[in-house]
Ligand binder design. Structure first.
Ligand SMILES: NC(=O)c1ccc[n+]([C@@H]2O[C@H](COP(=O)([O-])OP(=O)(O)OC[C@H]3O[C@@H](n4cnc5c(N)ncnc54)[C@H](O)[C@@H]3O)[C@@H](O)[C@H]2O)c1
Length: 281
């Protein structure tokens, strides 16, 4: 039996990421930008990936980091940019697979969902109108949703592990969603992609656990970022009513969890999945 040593760190040690290099996808906005600020605060050098050069440059300037502009669905670009970061700094310690998109809001469908809810409450089940969200989902929308989230997470994880495995060290954090744990009707492709990220995390986490690498996932609940900006306010109000905490989350609240999973404090987290949802999950 190996000796169990007591923990030498308490969550989370200031400055514990000094000298480390963190690559964060989709970090030009919302959660990714909050993760960049939080990891930089504890000393990490940050590489900010995004599709938007301006957004990435703004966050990079704020945290004293660098940018890597590419689409996470492009595996050749992902490999090249991770390799470039390693060539520049001699290492990659942290990868946060965060880039993501949300299904566009369809106002007609939202109105119909509200009408259906009223009919349900009044017991008029025969009046319900099928939303046909799945029937009308195009091949293109399905492909893009699965590619950005699931392919992007796979490409990034693979590219980082090529360097982390020989180094016998590293932390990968994958951003899933409460909808990956608790899918909702109407966003089947999003929920499917996020559930896939959970399976990927558990499988790879088990594979690399003995080699000093930790792969974990976070499942944010409803967080106040530009991603949800386009959602119908009525629908959003209905969702907030279902959050036991009574409000949406803030990006900095998720950033604490991600910081924990990136650092030495989470040394026994391997292939594990953490929700931060105000009780929604
Ligand atoms: N906001 C929430 O309530 C919430 C809840 C659960 C999970 N999430 C997940 O958190 C992650 C971040 O979301 P957010 O709320 O910060 O959204 P956001 O829209 O504020 O930021 C997402 C960023 O990802 C970038 N991006 C999108 N597609 C990309 C691609 N193919 N390649 C590179 N960059 C790309 C965007 O340009 C944007 O800057 C996403 O994976 C999202 O699914 C968000």
């Amino acid at each position: 039996m190996p000796t169990l040593r007591p923990m030498t760190h308490t969550p989370t040690t200031p400055g514990a990421l000094h000298g480390q290099v963190a690559f964060i996808t989709g970090a030009g906005s919302g959660l990714g930008a909050a993760f960049a600020r939080r990891l930089a605060r504890d000393g990490a050098t940050i590489v900010i990936n995004d599709l938007s050069p301006n957004a990435a440059a703004e966050v990079a300037a704020e945290v004293g980091g660098e940018t890597a502009i590419f689409d996470v669905c492009d595996s050749v670009a992902f490999d090249a940019e991770i390799d470039k970061a390693v060539a520049r700094h001699g290492r990659i310690d942290i990868l946060v697979n965060n880039a993501g998109i949300a299904p566009p809001t369809d106002t007609d469908r939202v109105q119909q969902a509200i009408a259906n809810q009223m009919a349900r409450m009044e017991g008029r089940i025969d009046d319900l109108v099928p939303p046909n969200s799945t029937v009308e989902l195009s091949d293109e929308d399905w492909d893009r949703m699965i590619k950005v989230h699931l392919y992007g997470t796979f490409y990034g994880t693979r590219a980082a592990l090529r360097h982390m495995t020989p180094a016998r060290s590293g932390a990968v954090v994958n951003v899933s969603s409460v909808l990956g744990l608790r899918p909702m009707a109407g966003a089947m492709h999003y929920a499917t992609a996020k559930a896939g990220i959970i399976a990927l995390t558990k499988s790879v986490g088990q594979e690399v656990a003995p080699y000093g690498i930790r792969v974990n996932a976070v499942c944010p609940g409803w967080i106040d970022t530009p991603l949800l900006g386009a959602m119908d306010p009525m629908m959003m109000a209905g969702i907030v009513m279902q959050i036991p905490k009574g409000r949406m989350g803030r990006p900095d609240e998720l950033a604490e969890l991600v910081r924990f999973l990136c650092g030495p404090e989470s040394s026994y987290c391997n292939g594990d999945v953490f929700a931060a949802s105000g009780g929604f999950a």
